[in-house]
Design a protein around this ligand. Structure first.
Ligand code: GLU
Length: 467
């Protein structure tokens, strides 16, 4: 069997979004599953809209997702001669012809057809004229007037397109640049692509491309059209749904393994398994399990998967991942063992690296900032005597979770206060907030010195002194 070869051919006219990333992932997985080759190709023939910064950001996003390409990146803008060569061949063999119809006239006919309720398409005026190339002329493919072309789609099965629905579409524009159809077919052919996996918004392009392969005397690749991704409201996924570029998810503190895991399940399933490691995805991915109906984007599920992968990441690795987020908050980086111990307490709670960094803040600042509401409610003069007693006891006690818990329970009994009545003011003194990881674990990690300093400051604050 021929070596499997897939491709991802983005147009660098924007950043990589979820839809494109899923297409890239499916192509990459299919290639990896079959020990094949994955090609990256930039379809940058639209000089107006293509930008080098989008090339860079798409590459960066693919690399971050771990979707490394084996070949390329190719740039269509550097292959114009190849497309012209193929166009020349089609013309010389009589499979394509030059058309001199002025654009205004085509536009007039198009409007007429629409007004009469007919499908607008080229009417074949120049088809038999035998015109040579010349200024202002476009090259069109001679589509057989009758019959049909069947797309044997690997996901949907056969889909037939009547040739009367397809017109003699353009291959070369009057300025000599190739259209998408010509460039994509020549590329897929010359690069030896065996499987084209793409969004089903391209399904109607496929019969045209198959006809083009046939005109070139070549075997078309296999096609698989993946149903599109809808927003939670059932409409086509767009920015409106908060569907951001892949790199924005990275900025928000998502992990690549979570995004990959989320994307693989958008339209593909394996029983009811939700969590997939990269190895599992590669092993299990195949096109027969791709759904035929549209997938729905669910940001909450993505967040839940991210929380899962965050918990599954070893602390040492997670510490590396969280550092850029700590720096962004302007926090000093502590010693590695302190950071990892602190991180272990927020790991079960944080859903993103950004949240984890925010939750770590109190561990790292010199002085915590009291949330006004928390301070008003818990740092009150009545608690001062309890805090004073605690301060004295904390000079002595061993800083383990058990010893600290014993101390607090003893204190509750002695004062007749509920444990929570003591714990909350201490929590606010230590973290500035009413919600935090377990009190005894944070005390143990902060250590005696920081705990005493923060409790003294809180005492000072609630007694009306400067905070
Ligand atoms: N450049 C096209 C796109 O981004 C590629 C379509 C294809 O896969 O053939 O939609």
């Amino acid at each position: 069997m021929r070596q499997i070869k897939t491709r991802f051919p983005p147009s660098p006219t924007g950043h990589l979004h979820l839809g494109g990333a899923r297409t890239a992932l499916f192509n990459w997985l299919f290639a990896r599953h079959h020990q094949g080759v994955f090609v990256l190709r930039f379809e940058d023939t639209d000089r107006e809209r293509s930008r080098p910064e989008f090339v860079d950001s798409i590459r960066e996003a693919l690399e971050w997702l771990g979707l490394h390409w084996d070949e390329g990146p190719y740039f269509q803008s550097q292959r114009l001669e190849i497309y012209r060569e193929y166009a020349r061949r089609l013309y010389e063999e009589g499979k394509a012809y030059y058309c001199a119809c002025p654009p205004e006239e085509l536009e007039r006919k198009r409007k007429e057809a629409l007004a009469a309720g007919r499908k607008p398409g080229y009417d074949g005026t120049c088809r038999e004229k035998g015109l040579p190339p010349g200024p202002g002329r476009v090259l069109r493919l001679k589509v057989p007037p009758t019959g049909s072309t069947v797309v044997e789609d690997l996901i949907r099965g056969p889909v037939a397109f009547d040739h009367r629905e397809l017109d003699d579409f353009i291959l070369l524009r009057s300025d000599g640049t190739p259209t998408y159809h010509l460039a994509v077919v020549v590329d897929d052919l010359t690069m030896g692509i065996t499987h084209v996996i793409r969004g089903d918004d391209h399904l109607s392009n496929t019969p045209k491309q198959i006809l083009l392969y046939q005109a070139l005397g070549a075997e078309p690749p296999r096609f698989a059209h993946v149903p599109m991704i809808l927003g939670p409201d059932g409409q086509r996924l767009s920015k409106r749904h908060g569907a951001r570029s892949i790199l924005e998810y990275r900025e928000e503190g998502y992990l690549p393994q979570a995004l990959r895991n989320y994307l693989v399940r958008l339209g593909w399933s394996y029983g009811d398994q939700e969590i997939f490691t990269l190895e599992e995805m590669i092993e299990r991915f195949d096109l027969s399990r791709v759904s035929r109906s549209a997938a729905r984007f669910d940001p909450e599920k993505l967040l839940a998967l991210n929380a899962h992968w965050l918990r599954a990441t070893p602390l040492k690795e997670l510490a590396e991942e969280v550092k850029p987020f700590l720096r962004r908050l302007g926090l000093p980086l502590p010693r590695e063992d302190y950071l990892q111990a602190a991180l272990a307490t927020v790991q079960p709670r944080a859903r993103t690296l950004k949240e984890a960094a925010e939750m770590l803040t109190f561990y790292l600042v010199e002085e915590v900032e009291y949330q006004p509401e928390a301070a008003r409610k818990f740092l009150t003069p009545e608690i001062a005597p309890v805090l004073e007693r605690l301060l004295r006891a904390l000079e002595e006690v061993e800083f383990t979770d058990e010893a600290l818990e014993r101390l607090f329970r003893g204190m509750a009994e002695e004062t007749g206060l509920k444990l929570k009545k003591i714990a909350q003011p201490v929590r606010v003194a230590l973290t500035g907030k009413t919600v935090s990881p377990g009190l005894f674990e944070i005390m143990r990690i902060l250590g005696r010195e920081r705990v005493l300093r923060r409790l003294k400051r809180a005492l000072n604050y609630l007694q009306g002194g400067a905070s």
